[in-house]
Structure formats: structure tokens, C-alpha cells
Design a protein around this ligand. Structure first.
Ligand code: AHG
Ligand code: MN
Ligand code: MN
Length: 340
């Protein structure tokens, strides 16, 4: 064998990586490690479905009925089901909450209840599915704090800084699984031919340069005036460019790797967006933990997203996230003009 062929390079599967991380915690039982591994499995199953999106009505018989005679589910419902079913029976989760479900998701009676709380946006950026553009999944993990075995709303309404882990899956040109458990941010790329997530982006840090800003510019006339002005000013920055996909995961991921800032403020046009559009529990808080671990920052314009105490599971929030200094700057701008 040719020793220089590269075959002896260290290949770090997500399983190996998680086991190595667990070694830092001698008291760990493996419950948490296995929960992360279960999420990597869910990511693979959802990848399979995403990669077949658009074929449902071609391979299936007619309309929305597929080849097995079942109804072809919308991809967000499908992803929601995968996240729930792959985590309901494992004995690691006490209760779940999903962006797609009005109420908490309880673990069925027959299954053991675990010590963790799983909160997720099963498919983020769903407006992009029909046009074959990147979408994602976001997850947030808390430790159960209530004494009730099956968990309660209080377990879900914990502030973001209490998360024990958070991450996202990006179904882009490759599938990537990116997570933090408070020990840096690590990114894995799915090798589809062997079905393994391999460590491709260890210890991600957001670059300090500001290469991109990302926002839905169509909304700027309805923003608070100081923010509309900020968007005029940012165009003067040296080397700045604009990128917006409309899938938070994809927009965040690009800025995380390349350096940038993402803005989704409240606007005064759409009555559903007076508190912003994005959801605190399913979107803002998990990405805020990743941003912090990567050296960035996330704000609602008044303070750290991670400090917000959620009042309801579907609560919305303005979100500014990415490069640390830039998000701080936006926060000061908002504070300077906020009504006293
Ligand atoms: P979801 O598909 O989970 O409802 O999330 C959509 C979110 C987010 O992904 C994205 O950044 C934002 O909505 C896009 O909103 P606009 O279309 O208003 O720009
Ligand atoms: Mn979303
Ligand atoms: Mn969603």
C-alpha cells in the first residue's frame, strides 16, 4: 500500500467525535451523547426526504397520493414527524416542542421519559422547498428542570443561556450538521455514499471581517427609521456585499463561515411581525448559542437573545445575529432611539 495515498488520514465520524467529547465528562451516562447521535440520524432521514422533494407527484399516482396509496405529506410535516418519532421512544427526552405544533409534544405513556427537553424547527425556510433552494432543521436541548417525569411547559420556557446544546442541519449542496454543546462549534458534512457525517469544520469561529449583510430588503420601509438608515449606511462599508436566501439556517451558516450579519427586525406593516417574525425558542435562541460559541453575538435590539425569558412557546422576536461588533453596534443604535 502506498503510505502517502492519504488512506491513513484521521477520519472523524460524528459518532467518534461525540464519544471523544463525552470523555471530558467522566460522570456522563451517555444519554446526552446518544441524543445528539439520534439527531444526526434524524438529519439523515430528513435529508433523504429533502433530496426527493418535488418527485412526490411524479412517482406517486395522482394528486397528492403517493405510490403506497398514502397521502404525500408536506415536507415540513414529514420532517416534524421524523424528529418526533425518532426521539419519542429512546428514553432520553421528557418533552418536546415543535414550531409545527401548537401544543407541547408529550412522550407516549408506554415509553420511558428522559432528562432532556428537545425543541425544534423541523424544516426552516419552507418557502424555498418548492423551488429547490436550501432549507434546514434547527434544534435546541435543555435539561429538564421540573420535577414532573413527563416534563412541563416550564421545561420549555427556559432562557437560551441554559441550553445544554443547540444545532442545525443545512440541506444545501451537501447536508451539514453543525452543533455546539458549550465546547466550540463543530460542523460535519454528510458523506452520502457511506451515510456518515464526517467532521469537516472543527471549532468554527466567525471571521471578524464583515463580508455580508443579509436581510429582506423589501421590508426596510416598514422598519424603525434608525434601522432603515443603518441599511443605507452599511452599503458604504469597505468590501461589503449582500446575500439573502430566506432560509435562516442557510443565511446564518454562510455568515458564520464567511463573516456577516443577519437582520430580521420588527416591522410596522405586517401585524404578525410587530414583535419580529422569527421564533425565539425554535430559531433565535439555538442560533444565538452557536453564534456565541463561535465568537459572535445575537440581539433582539435591546439585549442578548440568550437572556430573554420566554413567555410562550411560539413567541416571536426581532433578531440581529452574526459578527459580534456589528450586532453590538446595531443594538446600540436601537437602544439610542428606543422610546423611554
Ligand atoms: P419557517 O420556514 O420555519 O417558517 O421559517 C422561515 C423564516 C426563516 O427561515 C427565514 O429567514 C425567514 O422566515 C424569511 O422570511 P421572509 O420571507 O419574510 O424574508
Ligand atoms: Mn424557521
Ligand atoms: Mn419551520
Amino acid at each position: 500500500m502506498n503510505q502517502n495515498s492519504g488512506s491513513s488520514h484521521k477520519v472523524m465520524t460524528i459518532e467518534r467525535h461525540l464519544i471523544e467529547q463525552q470523555r471530558h465528562y467522566p460522570e456522563a451516562t451517555g444519554e446526552f451523547t446518544n441524543l445528539l447521535y439520534d439527531l444526526a440520524l434524524a438529519a439523515k432521514v430528513i435529508t433523504r426526504e429533502v433530496r426527493r422533494a418535488g418527485l412526490g407527484n411524479i412517482i406517486g399516482a395522482t394528486g397528492s397520493i403517493n405510490v403506497q396509496g398514502e397521502e404525500v405529506k408536506k415536507l415540513d410535516e414529514l420532517a416534524n414527524g421524523v424528529m418526533f418519532h425518532l426521539n419519542a421512544f429512546t428514553g432520553r427526552v421528557a418533552v418536546m416542542a415543535s414550531e409545527e405544533e401548537e401544543d407541547l409534544l408529550q412522550i407516549p405513556d408506554e415509553f420511558h421519559k428522559g432528562n432532556y427537553v428537545l425543541i425544534f424547527d423541523p424544516l426552516d425556510g419552507s418557502s424555498n422547498i418548492d423551488v429547490n433552494v436550501s432549507v434546514g432543521t434547527i434544534f435546541s436541548i435543555h435539561r429538564k428542570i421540573s420535577k414532573i417525569q413527563k416534563g412541563s411547559i416550564h421545561d420549555c420556557l427556559q432562557p437560551g443561556y441554559k441550553q445544554v446544546a443547540a444545532g442545525y442541519v443545512l440541506y444545501g449542496s451537501s447536508t451539514m450538521f453543525v452543533y455546539t454543546a458549550g465546547n466550540g462549534v463543530h460542523g460535519f458534512t454528510l458523506e452520502p455514499s457511506i451515510g456518515e457525517f464526517l467532521l469537516s469544520h472543527p471549532d468554527i469561529k466567525i471571521p471578524s471581517r464583515l463580508k455580508y449583510y443579509s436581510t429582506n430588503e423589501a421590508n426596510t420601509p416598514y422598519w424603525d427609521p434608525q434601522l432603515s438608515q443603518y441599511l443605507v449606511d452599511i452599503k458604504q462599508y469597505q468590501g461589503i456585499s449582500s446575500r439573502y436566501i430566506g432560509s435562516l439556517v442557510a443565511d446564518f451558516h454562510r455568515n458564520l463561515l464567511e463573516g456577516g450579519v443577519y437582520l430580521y427586525p420588527r416591522d410596522n406593516k405586517d401585524p404578525t411581525k410587530t414583535e419580529g417574525k422569527l421564533r425565539l425558542l425554535y430559531e433565535a435562541a439555538p442560533l444565538a448559542l452557536i453564534a456565541r460559541e463561535a465568537g459572535g453575538y445575537a440581539s433582539d435590539g435591546e439585549g442578548d437573545i440568550l437572556e430573554l425569558i420566554p413567555q410562550a412557546i411560539h413567541q416571536r422576536t426581532p433578531l440581529f445575529i452574526g459578527n459580534y461588533d456589528e450586532v453590538k453596534k446595531i443594538e446600540s443604535l436601537c437602544k439610542a432611539t428606543a422610546p423611554k
